[in-house]
Design a protein around this ligand. Sequence first.
Ligand SMILES: C[S@@+](CC[C@H](N)C(=O)[O-])C[C@H]1O[C@@H](n2cnc3c(N)ncnc32)[C@H](O)[C@@H]1O
Length: 173
Amino acid sequence: MPYSNFNLKAATCEQNALVQKSASEVLLKLISIQENEDVLDLCCGPGNVTRKIASLTDGKVVGIDISEGMVKEAIRSNSDLPNVNYFVKDAENLGFTNRFDVIYCNSAFQWFLNPKKTLEQCLEALKPGGRMGIQAPATAMYCPNFVAAEEKHFVILSRRVLRSKRIQPESSN
Ligand SMILES: C[S@@+](CC[C@H](N)C(=O)[O-])C[C@H]1O[C@@H](n2cnc3c(N)ncnc32)[C@H](O)[C@@H]1O
């Protein structure tokens, strides 16, 4: 889907996306935002989840989205929140350095044209020790990049866990 089509969805996103909404809540629980943490809502859409994030922390919350329509809707619907700012930005060119304790990204990773560059930008934007939570549809058809990254990193992670427990991994390919 071209980015510009998201502009048309800005005002109806919440009603249309029940799966995305329940996934966003699971991801919020998993990432466990603490009360003074600074958070980036990467690809915030119309700001529905950003509002929930802002209720969990007194830190600064920033929402970015490539769609001007989404950002306009986010600003309109969340104008009462003092600790939130929104910007129209491409996730591939964030331009933040050491700014956030948490980066939260729900239902957007599958749209990135260059996921590697986006993740590098996210690493740059995180404070030392910061963490990032990503939720995306994990099917090879919908999101092949995500599935490939998940498989690669899961294997690397499990090897690390095995090594830490002094167990020999089965294969090394
Ligand atoms: C399905 S919506 C999810 C919105 C929000 N995260 C949520 O859970 O309600 C996906 C969003 O990703 C945004 N998006 C896609 N590619 C992007 C990019 N490269 N940079 C920034 N935003 C992007 C779209 O404009 C859209 O608002």
